[in-house]
Design a protein around this ligand. Structure first.
Ligand SMILES: [Zn+2]
Length: 521
């Protein structure tokens, strides 16, 4: 198309001039213009990609030089790092399919989309013969932010050294049994049952391991003795979660998961559907009655003398959590036949322990605590969904520590004595027998929020929140956005944002109801 060629050549000239950059190989480039005409790209050579952990050479990709920037093909780099991608020829875009944080690159544009965030690089993406070229150094910065890789690029020696974080998921073996399939996942670290999430969609069965790391730079050992599983693919879903995907046309029942820490393995047993006896049906009916999700408790964080986190422009967490909670309440009542109980309706102080007491007394079937995050790093934005468990990162631990610190406003801290770290988690898990359901609900809420708010998701995490301790129902704590981030703070004053959160929570409650009320049928 002539139109397109025209645009292309404009970009070519811009590339040579380089907006605002200083510029050394002037002569070379001018010469190249004479020799090659457009495009004014020189082959800089082959970049060798090396796996830092074992010095293994992963391969080479061609580098092109334009001004002081070295460009590489996005697709070649993605292939080398085992990242899948798709192209949209109509929009002249290529997308690296990194779950939750896809990176989209548009031909002849300086804008790169990372998740829902737009970043600008100081030079346009080049596009030649259907191939997208990006300035390697700038692009690696974006990749580093969303993948658990470290990159060292040596431009003079044309070497890219890649280090993936140390793997703790080391392989999979699959055995076929009379009524299903047995999957053994080999690990080098201890995991607990609540670290394992499973889901099934479009002929894929997923096992997500929170705190899990796979090394996607090398081949992943799979020993399969089953014809029912057609393909196994490990990916690093986020810096905190590894996913192993199993392709199969079989519809599996809810899996049984066993974590065997002595032998360092996670065992997932997938049963194919089988007939259910009448006795069992009656039993399940009773279960279903018990599981009717008819009372939802919304807990607006902080209140009264406890302001919660405070934004740069003086926004109080306690006011936002109450506004969001009210919106959630009206949305739930409008769309569902459920009773909604609030742990506070006004700007009043309610001790943490009292909040679950209110929930239990009201016969709550779901407990949702609403909070706003705050972080010394003002760059952080987006949401995180927590359920009760041992924190896996310093970051999660700090969040729980801040939320727990509000007990200083309470008259007596005796109820919380001895509830520190590990002992607290043990006590909490014993008391809170809805761990699996809480985990499931957290995952559903995270998904719905990600769909509706279209901002960064920090995923589902675990930490020891006092406010969740003692809830006799599935319970989660939502950090809706970061009050410490300029854009998020603006968003947190916006009624339409409250509406999106309310819609997402309501959708999540509906999905959870469908799953749990229908599961026992
Ligand atoms: Zn809070």
């Amino acid at each position: 198309m002539s139109f397109y060629r025209g645009k292309n050549s404009i970009s070519g000239r811009r590339t040579i001039r380089e907006r605002g950059g200083t510029f050394i190989p002037h002569l070379v480039l001018i010469l190249s213009l004479f020799i090659f005409a457009l495009p004014p790209l020189l082959t800089a050579g082959e970049i060798t990609i090396i796996n830092k952990r074992n010095s293994e050479r992963l391969g080479t990709i061609r580098a092109l030089q334009a001004g002081r920037y070295q460009f590489v093909s996005v697709a070649s780099l993605a292939d080398m790092l085992s990242i899948s991608y798709s192209k949209n020829n109509k929009n002249k875009q290529i997308t690296l399919e990194i779950p939750h944080n896809p990176i989209t690159i548009t031909a002849i544009s300086p804008f790169i989309k990372v998740g829902y965030q737009i970043r600008q690089i100081p030079i346009d993406v080049l596009y030649r013969n259907g191939i997208f070229y990006v300035p390697i150094k700038l692009f690696l910065t974006a990749l580093r932010d969303v993948l658990p890789f470290q990159f060292e690029y040596d431009a003079s020696n044309l070497e890219l050294i890649v280090k993936s974080s140390l793997e703790n998921i080391t392989g999979v073996s699959i055995d076929e049994k009379a009524n299903g399939i047995l999957i053994h996942i080999a690990t080098t670290e201890k995991f607990s049952r609540s670290d394992i999430f499973t889901s099934q969609r479009n002929n894929w069965f997923y096992i997500d391991i929170y705190g899990g790391r796979v090394d996607t730079l090398k081949s992943f050992p799979v020993k399969s003795r089953s014809k029912k599983i057609l393909n196994v693919a490990p990916i690093q879903l986020s810096s905190e979660t590894a996913r192993i995907s199993f392709h199969s046309f079989i519809n599996f029942k809810e899996p049984d998961i066993i974590v065997n820490n002595t032998d360092h393995e996670v065992i997932v047993s997938l049963r194919t559907r089988e007939s259910i006896s009448n006795d069992l049906l009656a039993e399940l009916q009773k279960e279903r009655e018990k599981w009717k999700i008819d009372v939802v408790v919304i807990d607006p964080g902080h209140g009264g003398k406890d302001p919660g986190a405070i934004g740069r422009n003086g926004l109080y967490e306690k006011n936002v959590t109450l506004a969001i909670a009210k919106k959630i309440k009206s949305e739930l009542q409008r769309r569902l036949d459920v009773k909604v109980v609030m742990t506070r309706k006004r700007d009043t102080f309610v001790p943490l322990k009292r909040r679950t007491e209110i929930a239990n007394k009201a016969g709550g079937k779901l407990f949702i605590s609403i909070h706003i995050d705050s972080n010394p790093s003002r760059r952080l934005h987006g949401h995180t969904v927590y359920f009760l468990g041992q924190a896996k990162t310093e970051e999660s631990r700090n969040v729980a520590q801040f939320e727990n610190s509000v007990i200083k406003f309470e008259d007596s801290q005796n109820h919380y004595a001895g509830l520190s770290d590990a002992s607290f988690i043990l006590a909490a898990n014993a008391q809170n027998s809805y761990n699996k359901e809480s985990q499931d609900f957290a995952a559903i809420v995270d998904n719905e929020l990600y769909k509706d708010i279209k901002d960064r998701s920090h995923g589902v995490r675990q930490a020891g929140f006092y406010v969740l301790y003692g809830a006799s129902m599935p319970n989660i704590l939502l950090e809706t956005a970061f009050i410490s981030n300029r854009n998020d703070e603006k968003k947190l004053k916006n009624k339409s944002f409250y509406g999106s959160v309310a819609k997402a929570i309501c959708d999540a409650v509906i999905k959870f109801k469908q799953r749990y009320e229908a599961e026992v049928q």
